[in-house]
Design a protein. Sequence first.
Length: 292
Amino acid sequence: MLSNPFLFALLRLLPASIASWLGGWLSVTFARPRMKLRDARARANLALLRPDLSVEEREAVLTRRWENIGRTLAELANIDRLVSPRHVRVHDAAGYQAILDMPGPMIFLTTHIGNWDLMAAHLKAATDRPPLGVYDPPDNPKIAAQLKRARQSYMGEAITGSGGAARGIVRHLTKDRAMLYILVDERREAQVWFPRFRRDLPPSGNLSVALRLARKSGARFTPFYLTRTNGPHFDLHWHRPLDPVQMSDIEMVAAIDAFLARACIDHADEWLALHDMDLTLPGHTPPAPPVM
């Protein structure tokens, strides 16, 4: 969808609900049959993460997941229309607003659940904090350019995780009440290293960078995520801020992991990174959950 300017323009002209539905239908009908390797990988990972589900239940989860991917891509053309209480319901809105109003820099951590671009746009609209989003651009230069234009329109400043990014992030966090938006379930070395899912893995990648930035700037962590409820409608879930002054890295990572890992398992039908990892590889297979 991002590589087709005509389709992207058409999605912008359509009502947001219809554009969202069309994106989901296109993904299930045309994208899924052409991406058999990703579908098979997601199926194998889901079997390890949700052994409680039957084969039929897991297939239903996978179908809903492909629909969510398509909806999310289609909704990129209409992000500004979705940033409203009509489309995003915040759990304990007063508590969330109190967090946004806190002094000092803050780093918001999330995963690719629901609609992660809407998450960034909603965050920017909800506060006067200077925003910065960091992301890895796709390999296709046309798609990368389209994505950059779209994200700068609602993310404020958006930079790629390439040369000079670290210096730009550190400079940004020195601004009064600056905030940083980071996705911590990025794919590296053909694997997703966080959430850990009870795997014995040290902090690495975006999470490791976030920990160093928090120590350097004194920024608090606020884990949060967005889940789809019905069509282009979502619930925003958040965790109380984690303060590096009061907590060790081990304690903060454990809290972030528990919150976001649970979200990825409970909302596997909305989690993009399910097909980016291979939990069947040695050292990455989650141990069996404890017997209750």
